[in-house]
Ligand binder design. Structure first.
Ligand code: 5AD
Ligand code: SF4
Length: 491
């Protein structure tokens, strides 16, 4: 449960003035606004208005980028007059998919079967699939052949054209598919429906140029593109006017932000400008590639009152040999030095990470190097993954895969160590009073509310729903690895 009332947000402050043109505009976003108006008219003509409005649900798989994309999809669906449903048993379900690991794909296909059942009961129901999986030709083909009941298919590159695809579907086209390969445009100022009123993601870059040898993201999200700083800053100013207190700057590698702009800007410079925006209390960012994290960034963070004391710094492996085969461009020692530098500048910072086990050719010695980094860095928390071969990536072509039993044994040992580190880190903050931005009523115990501290730890404490969206000082009274129980303190 969260506090969000339906209220569409426009990154530029308002919809473009030309929204109701009568000829199809060729430029974006005017073209999409035209199709949103057309879809709204069409639905009205078909009687789907007021209490008879069609309902929709967007299900998000995967990362923060996808979560932000889903907010854009929801904004468009609201703009055309549809109403959001909590359930997938409704008139339009969109699956915004992830393909970073094999089991992400399997999950989607499993859930599609369930949707088919709902569609049999509600023949006017439409089903759409979009996101990273739909940038893969083989997956689009599989949907076309094995899931013919899917009405709309589009990839991440085509997301900005969703309004146009929606219109074509409601106008009667049976299978609307738009998975063009072309380099995607950055289209600004489409409507957005945020999940939370008081916090928001903000894209700073799209795509990735790093080509880590295991990773499919550069193939499905395309080349890295930075948004212009003025567009980012205007969006954040408008978010602040709309009640947002916390923003999360989003990119696959935020540290390379701005390098390819006509007038290059560094991520550290962008952060300094974001800091000046009134009303924004907390600034977060994700993800930082260790190879590009600059001293300037550490300096800006250390002197900032708003940038949260948290950095997510994917390690992937602690073995210099494996890191080189992963094409990560840093050694074990580089990584350790970087963490040391960050901790020296900000002793209270939380460092979190992503770690993979079972990369092809990983030996027990390589794995022990990973364990050694975990032990030395003492992460606050870590996402751990088992290597999953992705078709078309260099690592998937290797023939030295690690047997499942070995991988699982390493994975379990890694998890145990991470739990130990998380518990030790959490213990350090016990008894402190920390500001918690309250996000929702606790799903297990409605007498509790839940929010995050600046360092991203989760805190549950006794409180009423009217605290949602407020920053509350909370004394930490009980620690459990990566979350706390606490008590609100009156100031
Ligand atoms: N197999 C397992 N984990 C992967 N990741 C990316 N690609 C793969 C893969 N093929 C993990 C990395 C990355 C996180 C988002 O997902 O750890 O940082
Ligand atoms: Fe994938 Fe590497 Fe790019 Fe991250 S930096 S998205 S792991 S290729």
């Amino acid at each position: 449960m969260n506090d969000k009332q339906n209220s569409i947000f426009f990154p530029d402050g308002a919809a473009p003035a030309s929204a109701a043109e009568n000829t199809v505009p060729e430029t974006e976003p005017a073209r999409q606004y035209y199709f949103m108006e057309k879809t709204r008219e069409l639905l009205e003509q078909q009687g789907y208005t007021g209490k008879d409005a069609l309902s929709f649900h967007v299900t998000t798989f995967g990362c923060q980028m996808n979560a932000r994309d889903s907010e854009k999809l929801r904004g468009i669906l609201q703009y055309v007059g549809m109403t959001e449903s909590d359930s997938e048993e409704c008139d339009l379900v969109l699956f915004n998919t992830c393909t970073v690991r094999e089991n992400a794909n399997l999950k989607v296909y499993g859930r599609l079967g369930e949707l088919h059942g709902y569609k049999k009961k509600n023949p006017k129901m439409k089903i759409g699939i979009c996101g990273c999986m739909m940038q893969e030709k083989s997956e689009v083909e599989k949907v076309r052949k094995s899931y013919p009941f899917v009405d709309i298919v589009f990839g991440t590159h085509n997301l900005y054209r969703f309004a146009e695809l929606l219109y074509r579907s409601f106008a009667g086209e049976k299978h609307v598919v738009d998975v063009e390969e072309a380099d995607p445009a950055i289209v600004e100022n489409l409507p957005i429906e945020r999940k939370y009123s008081f916090k928001s993601g903000v894209n700073v870059t799209y795509g990735c140029n790093n080509f880590c040898s295991y990773c499919i993201v550069p193939y499905v999200r395309g080349r890295e593109k930075s948004r212009e700083p003025k567009d980012i800053l205007r969006e954040i100013e408008n978010l602040s006017k709309d009640g947002v207190k916390e923003i999360m700057l989003l990119g696959q590698n935020v540290n390379s932000y701005g390098k390819t702009l006509e007038t290059p800007v560094s991520f550290a410079e962008l952060l300094s400008d974001v800091e000046k925006i009134d009303g924004i209390e907390r600034i977060r960012f994700m993800t930082s590639h260790p190879k590009d994290l600059s001293d300037d960034l550490i300096d800006v963070m250390a002197h900032s009152k708003k940038i949260c004391r948290h950095i997510h710094l994917p390690l992937q492996s602690g073995s210099t040999k494996v890191l080189s085969e992963m094409n990560r461009h840093y050694t074990k020692e580089d990584y350790l030095r970087l963490c040391e530098k960050i901790r020296t500048a900000m002793p209270d910072i939380a460092i979190t990470t992503d770690i993979m086990v079972g990369f092809p050719g990983e030996t027990e010695e390589d794995f022990l190097e990973t364990m050694d980094v975990v032990q030395k860095v003492q992460y606050d928390s870590a996402f751990t993954f088992i290597y999953s071969p992705r078709e078309g990536t260099p690592a998937a072509g290797r023939d030295d895969f690690i047997p499942d039993n070995v991988v699982h044994d390493r994975f379990d040992r890694l998890l145990d160590l991470i739990h130990e580190c998380s518990a030790a880190q959490a213990e350090k903050h016990m008894g402190e009073i920390q500001n918690v931005l309250v996000e929702e009523v606790n799903s297990h115990d409605p007498s509790l509310v839940t929010g995050h501290m600046g360092n991203n730890s989760l805190v549950h404490f006794k409180g009423s729903p009217d605290l949602i969206g407020q920053t509350v000082p909370v004394k930490l009274t009980e620690s459990h690895d990566f979350y706390y129980f606490g008590e609100a303190v009156s100031e």
